[in-house]
Design a protein around this ligand. Structure first.
Ligand SMILES: Cc1cc2nc3c(=O)[nH]c(=O)nc-3n(C[C@H](O)[C@H](O)[C@H](O)COP(=O)(O)OP(=O)(O)OC[C@H]3O[C@@H](n4cnc5c(N)ncnc54)[C@H](O)[C@@H]3O)c2cc1C
Length: 523
């Protein structure tokens, strides 16, 4: 994983496929491409999943809400992908029980029928069965639910995962199969031949303090999988091109696990703005969200609006016996959905824009992909690679990712702690500790993470900054932003030793991370 070596490797050969963007979509495309036998490189401007792909609700789902909207094909496709994701990465995806409370007499039958249809659409890849529940069972599954007016409920099943762990797993899987995935490499321009066809990209090293080295990468096809930044890359190709993405912001609040009090998730099917709201158990915390706010400007660090925070606290407070307040919030994070732009007359109605994906091919041969969701990343990749290999008559094998065990694949994992997210890679962390007992020291007293987790993130998981480790390899920023802030210097020192960096680097990294973490803390 030496960066200079990687840059040399990147520019010293012709690739079949160059992927821009290391979120769910780009990483899925890189894995699909390399496993068809194509020489594949992926360039990510920041860290893998720095964008939207680390800021989801952490659901692997068909989308009950889209069923309500009548988008049956989308739901069926996503339900099949949900089953494949569980099958291919059982250490990262979990079957979870979702409870809908019943407050009116007809709701139990209504939701049971609808959710039974949801189960049927999943076919042989289904999870558990949807069933009506008594009030007593609902309360035993979600002890934190308000009992007042509750009559009973319905349980249905969906998947739950850790999004940025899945992203690094995809990058490692692609690398295992022979792809070159480079983080902190931003595409600045597209390279065209004399006939105007795109033949590569020009990129720059964006790793802080690394001197902004630039390098060219040549290839047969360039795929633009940059999420909400898709239009930026498309305009490098055709400056006058119309907007293809309608970004929509979603906010989540992370609070203590005791707000739900059990292992099941809560699904509120209709909030005051007509959306659904989830309370999802995640790494011994509860994630509450989300919102759907159309935005104009795209940033890698979007910030929650005051009204989004108030909305989530207010809605959750109506259903939970202990009302969450600002002081209970351990982390607030925002993400931008790269929704495929429509000609919808009312741009405010982003909740009604379909979550299905769209593929565009420009006259100069740039392929761009927008829309979709985490759950359908594999299907999106298969779709665009089918198109590319056909259009360009590339000699490639068939898509193999439907049944492809991802890096670290492990079935018998113990989900009571944190280490299950590594799957079989946990042996490598234990190995670091067995060779150096000091590596077994914790980085924060309230968390199970050790220096060995940090060392492994650097040696084996592409981590290059304190933020990479605390935000996306061990998720501490999302579990408790204050604790992550307190751990920054310790993490920086461990990383500095691994990366041969000096005290100035430690100070700069600590300060950068603490400034970032402040944006995830509610005062
Ligand atoms: C609030 C919210 C909740 C969600 N919840 C769920 C959920 O529970 N389940 C689900 O299935 N889906 C969910 N989604 C949808 C899902 O998260 C997204 O569809 C998915 O993560 C998008 O991935 P992406 O790769 O297209 O975009 P991104 O993750 O944003 O990746 C694009 C990448 O491109 C990089 N990039 C941009 N420009 C350049 C450049 N010039 N050079 C190199 N790299 C560049 C960016 O840095 C970024 O990392 C949710 C989305 C949101 C916003």
């Amino acid at each position: 994983m030496d960066r200079s070596e990687n840059f040399k490797k990147a520019s010293s050969q012709e690739w079949d496929v160059i992927v821009i963007g290391g979120g769910a979509t780009g990483l899925g495309i890189a894995l699909d491409s390399v496993t068809r036998g194509l020489k594949t490189i992926l360039l990510e401007q920041a860290d893998f999943s720095k964008g939207t792909s680390s800021r989801s609700t952490k659901l692997v789902h068909g989308g009950v809400r889209y069923l309500q909207q009548g988008d049956v094909l989308l739901v069926r496709e996503a339900l099949h992908e949900r089953g494949r994701m569980l099958r291919n990465a059982p250490h990262l995806v979990e079957d979870m029980r979702f409870i809908i409370g019943q407050y009116r007499w007809w709701e139990r039958a209504f939701y049971t029928i609808g959710l039974t249809f949801y189960d049927l659409l999943a076919g042989s890849l289904g999870f558990g069965k949807s069933l009506p529940l008594s009030k007593k069972t609902v309360m035993s599954e979600i002890p934190g639910l308000r009992e007042e007016k509750l009559m009973g409920g319905v349980v249905y099943h969906d998947g739950q995962f850790d999004d940025s762990r899945m992203a690094v797993t995809l990058a490692l899987s692609a690398q295992d199969a022979g792809a070159l995935c480079i983080n902190y490499a931003k595409v600045k321009s597209l390279l065209k031949d004399s006939s105007g066809k795109i033949r590569g990209v020009s990129a720059v090293d964006t790793l802080p303090g690394e001197g902004e080295e630039t390098f060219d990468v040549k290839g047969k096809v360039v795929v633009n999988a940059t999420g909400v930044f898709v239009d930026e890359i498309m305009s490098m190709d055709e400056p006058e091109t119309s907007r293809k993405v309608q970004p929509s912001q979603g906010v989540h609040l992370v609070v203590d696990a005791s707000f739900l009090g059990g292992k099941s998730a809560l699904m509120i099917p209709k909030t005051s703005d007509g959306r659904v709201l989830f309370g999802v158990p995640w790494h011994n915390r509860t994630i509450l969200g989300t919102t759907d706010t159309p935005v104009k400007d795209c940033s890698l660090e979007p910030r929650a609006l005051q009204e989004e925070i108030d909305f989530i606290l207010g809605q959750a407070g109506q259903y939970l016996s202990k009302k969450p307040t600002r002081r209970d919030v351990l982390c607030v994070y925002a993400g931008l959905r790269p929704l495929a732009a429509t000609n919808h007359s009312d741009p405010k109605k982003t909740k009604e824009i379909s979550r299905s994906h769209k593929i565009y091919k420009s006259n100069s041969g740039l392929y761009s992909i927008t829309g979709g969701k985490w759950t359908t990343y594999r299907f999106m990749a298969e779709d665009i690679l089918n198109k590319i290999t056909k259009d360009l008559s590339l000699s490639a094998g068939p898509c193999v990712t439907k049944d492809y065990k991802l890096h670290g694949y492990k079935t018998d994992v113990d989900r009571s702690g944190w280490d299950y997210v590594y799957g079989s890679d946990i042996d490598k962390i234990n190995d670091i500790i067995s060779k150096d007992a000091g590596a077994g020291e914790k980085i924060h007293e309230n968390f199970p993470f050790t220096k060995a987790h940090v060392i492994f993130a650097v040696r084996g998981e592409f981590a290059r900054t304190v933020e990479d480790v605390l935000a996306r390899r061990i998720r501490m920023l999302f579990m408790d932003a204050r604790a992550a802030r307190e751990s920054a210097e310790t993490v920086a020192k461990v990383m500095a030793k691994e990366l041969s960096k000096d005290d100035a680097w430690v100070a700069a990294q600590t300060q950068d991370f603490q400034r970032l973490a402040d944006g995830y803390i509610l005062d």
